[in-house]
Design a protein around this ligand. Structure first.
Ligand SMILES: O=C(O)CCC(=O)C(=O)O
Ligand SMILES: [Fe+2]
Length: 192
């Protein structure tokens, strides 16, 4: 049976991140943490993106990453954010991993799903840039199950998060040529 999605599978929440959290996240992401070439995009002319692993060493076994996050020297403060979002919006979610994505102009991410068909999950994407005019684009675009229509397109905004059904095909658009920043997000991957 085909899974059919609606806008209800995608929930945009503004002011979900405190200004203190955003400052700390930006401090971390301005360090030497980036690795080039992930996720692997095999499409012709694709530009690889930037990636920064945070937690999720036991993700292949489906094990919870909260203790790993709590004890993380640089990123441990994110546990408060995670617990707040989980208890308010996704109480049954098990956190499997957290990482950062970085994109500059031309680095469109491939359209993908976050969870396999036989595994239900919700993803939280946090937009991390402290300044982002709408003209910089870089939308996170969600598609219907056949990838023929756009269900929703969400602009980055400081403090904004998106919680969505990990079966929904989606992809982050690259920022516009006028953007002189790295488009940065944090992704929290879960199963429910
Ligand atoms: O950066 C984004 O807006 C989306 C990231 C994403 O889809 C992912 O990490 O799986
Ligand atoms: Fe994704």
């Amino acid at each position: 049976m085909e899974l059919v999605f609606t806008e209800e599978d995608i929930c945009v929440i503004d002011d979900a991140v405190t200004s203190d959290e955003l400052i700390r996240i930006n401090r971390q992401l301005s360090g030497e943490c980036w690795r080039y070439g992930w996720p692997v995009n095999l499409a012709p002319h694709a530009r690889p993106c930037w990636h920064s692993f945070i937690v999720g060493r036991k993700r292949p076994e489906g094990l919870c990453a909260v203790d790993e996050l709590k004890s993380h020297e640089q990123w441990g403060f994110l546990v408060d954010f995670w617990q707040r979002i989980k208890s308010t919006h996704m109480p049954t979610a098990i956190l499997l991993g957290v990482y950062a994505n970085g994109q500059t102009v031309g680095q469109d991410a491939p359209i993908h799903r976050d969870n396999k068909v036989d595994e239900s999950g919700l993803t939280v994407v946090m937009f991390c840039n402290e300044y982002w005019p709408s003209s910089w684009g870089g939308e996170l675009v969600f598609y219907d199950h056949r990838k023929e229509n756009i269900l929703k397109s969400v602009l980055p905004k400081p403090g904004r998060i998106v919680i969505f059904n990990g079966h929904v095909p989606h992809g982050a658009r690259s920022p516009a040529v006028t953007c002189d920043q790295l488009r940065m997000t944090l992704a929290f991957k879960t199963i429910i």
